[in-house]
Design a protein around this ligand. Structure first.
Ligand SMILES: Cc1cc2nc3c(=O)[nH]c(=O)nc-3n(C[C@H](O)[C@H](O)[C@H](O)COP(=O)(O)O)c2cc1C
Length: 386
């Protein structure tokens, strides 16, 4: 069963008995078809585990799933960064990893509202660490408070549907009304959303995104970090339940079988990533040129707290565009902080008149494309710190 079938059944409001068996089927580890979602089980009585099953569906860099969770007393959760799941080559300051923490918190808070709970979030309860280090201190402590007047967040309905759609788009524009809706989003932080959709700026951005991918591919360690998270076939997806593969860029059916059988080879690619890097540049050019609307999420601060809050905002943006039927896809290379990207990043910020001290936390493509398969997720139990 995929996430969309699940939501369809829930949406129809079928009898509890049917729903329960559906939930059990989803969480059955012996089900070798779906690695996208595994919970909550129908009999699960711990609200925290139920909510974590939704939180784990959050967007996160390279689908690393860099989350660790401590369950405390009966209603408290602590979220920490999993230090074994960082991306030191492409995300040397772990900024994106902290955006991923914010996304997790947002999914969790939204799911809590559905079950009648307020997720009371205290950020960095043991103290905030600097944005140059990652310490084994909680990013957030979440107290779940049952409230009889809790309203379900309307974005709850998008949790199982949301995805990062890496396909080519069709150069469609958002309508004025759609742009206004996004600009009016009530963000948690003071993030600013800038929409780019005029021909000159699009042309500039398409070049920058392609050039940024070219720069990224000039370093073997960076390539290897991405290749490590690329899943070369279904067996790898089943084994690791993280990362992303061809299906998540919309390649399916016979094309996928042929590519995986005859062209994709982990050992060869790791030995010499040149072709992988070149194909990434070609793909970056193709998908950015297929896009006529981009959005930038900019924050004034870049503390760990600002990054986490930007993540919550980013997640709301992705869930909102999902509700509006708009495909969304981050392209982060030009935002990354390794030395050889910095000159292009500075030029890009100057072009868009972004204050040099401010941080572009996310840059995304927006448009129209059929949905892809969902990226896999590990099991909630793999996140638990005992
Ligand atoms: C901070 C951040 C940066 C990301 N950067 C990229 C990117 O540069 N390229 C890309 O294809 N996807 C990017 N993504 C999307 C992730 O690959 C995606 O969230 C992850 O694979 C999980 O898939 P899903 O969002 O479809 O659930 C980014 C996501 C986040 C949260």
């Amino acid at each position: 069963m995929d996430r969309r079938n699940f939501i369809r059944i829930v949406g129809l409001g079928v009898a509890t008995a049917t729903l329960s068996s559906t939930l059990s089927a989803c969480s059955d580890n012996t089900n070798k078809v779906d690695y996208g979602w595994n919970g909550p089980t129908a009999s699960e009585s711990d609200i925290r585990l139920k909510l974590l099953a939704y939180a784990i569906l959050a967007p996160n860099p390279h689908n690393k799933q860099p989350w660790l969770v401590k369950l405390i007393d009966s209603n408290r959760i602590e979220l920490l960064v999993d230090q074994s799941r960082l991306l030191p080559e492409t995300d040397p300051l772990a900024r994106q990893i902290h955006i991923g923490q914010g996304c997790f918190l947002e999914n969790l808070a939204i799911a809590a509202s559905h079950y009648g709970y307020l997720a009371d979030i205290a950020y960095f309860p043991q103290g905030e660490y600097s944005n140059r280090v990652v310490e084994l201190k909680a990013v957030a402590r979440i107290d779940l408070i049952k409230r009889s007047d809790m309203q379900e967040d309307p974005l709850y309905k998008q949790l199982l549907i949301r995805q990062s759609n890496k396909r080519s788009y069709d150069n469609s524009y958002l309508t004025g009304e759609q742009k206004l809706e996004l600009k009016r989003l009530p963000f948690i932080s003071n993030s600013q959303l800038t929409i780019v959709d005029n021909e000159a700026d699009n042309g500039y951005l398409q070049k920058v995104l392609t050039q940024a991918m070219r720069i990224e591919g000039t370093n073997k360690q960076r390539d290897l970090e991405t290749i490590k998270m690329f899943r070369f076939n279904d067996q790898e997806i089943e084994q690791y339940r993280d990362g992303f593969g061809l299906a998540h860029s919309g390649v399916s059916g016979i094309k996928k079988v042929i590519a995986e059988t005859f062209f994709l080879d982990r050992a060869k690619t790791e030995l010499d990533p040149t072709q992988f890097a070149q194909q990434s540049v070609d793909l970056a050019r193709e998908i950015s040129e297929s896009t006529s609307t981009f959005a930038l999420l900019v924050s004034k601060e870049n503390s760990r707290l600002a990054q986490v809050k930007a993540g919550r905002d980013y997640c709301r943006l992705n869930l909102t565009t999902t509700a509006m039927g708009i495909a969304q896809h981050p392209m982060s290379q030009v935002l990354q902080e390794y030395d050889d990207m910095l000159p292009l990043q500075a030029e890009f910020k100057r072009y868009f008149k972004i204050d040099a001290q401010h941080t572009v936390q996310m840059l995304v493509r927006l448009g129209k494309a059929p949905k892809t398969e969902h990226t896999p997720r590990r099991l909630v139990k793999n996140l638990l710190l005992t």
